[in-house]
Design a protein around this ligand. Sequence first.
Ligand code: PMP
Length: 359
Amino acid sequence: MLSVLRRGVVSQVRQFSTNQIAVEGFTASVGNTPLIYLKKLSQQTGCKIFGKAEFQNPGGSIKDRAAVGVVRDAEEKGLIKPGGTVVEGTAGNTGIGLAHVCRSRGYKCVIFMPNTQSQEKIDLLRMLGAEVHPVPAVPFENPQNYNHQARDYAKNLTNAIWTDQFDNTANAYAHFISTGPEIWQQTQGDIDAFICATGTGGTLAGVGKYLKAKSKGKTQIWLADPPGSVLYQYVSTGGKLAERSGSSITEGIGQGRITDNLGTFVSELSGALHIPDEKSIAMVYELLDTEGLYLGASSALNVVAAVELAQKLGKGSKVVTVLCDGAYRYQSRLFSKKWLKAKGLEDAIPEHLRKYAVL
Ligand code: PMP
């Protein structure tokens, strides 16, 4: 019986193609998400556009993979013992993943997050038993930044870890051993490019390194970047780090520095695309209308970028991206007429799709 159980990220890869009839617990049910062929967009472009359904992870987002990865890594290194505390600074999804992992593995979970994040995410974290500290949204350079507060809090506890999602490379490694191999297997290696936005850089670097290695450099890896992030400029100017300015309606993506998870992989990228909020919000509605997919703004931004990249690469090209989470966590914003108006985004949504803004 045990041999048919999927037990975690590593064994998921090993047992990927087996006919599993049951999995053991939350951590083993992370991953092995479907790869969705986005039919309408593919037909419109004459290309093949795929989105990996990361919203199907048990905690609802792509960050479940990183959460399992960093906790397992800490356990394997003996950094945390049963009954210990996991502390993290997170815009939400990593925290939600960690809160699930902590409940299922017997740890206390403490989350520091910027107070600009949606109320749905804060409520959910508290419902999952996490202790949440919303703190002022100040830049990384400021010692009061949510990340530094998480690090300092963990330092003062015994049997506690700060999982450090931005610079702990167990995050990217989780994607290298799970998301990357799954995409390779699901496309049978027939993939011209992978593109996605980054927050920590774990997904882009982990998936990117795996696909590059397996394809012997043939698969191009591209960055998609929202307003308010410095990475698009960094990649397109060949390494100049500008001051961070501006903001985006997307949550969980965009970055002001080169994290250790992105690291030197940033110089291996084939290029970057900047995606304005107008295009991302329109795609949230488009994906709902044409594909029946109810997705958050980072997923929509990724799909816009995948379409633009496929068009750049030419007819027949095959491009994969990730659908990071569902819209459920953001619906009070993304589907609210008042919010859209306040953001000046009402007109960005094609008229025939505005009927979905029912709040
Ligand atoms: N989309 C969403 C909704 C996220 O929460 C995150 C992580 N903050 C990302 C995308 C980016 O993933 P990564 O941290 O692996 O770069």
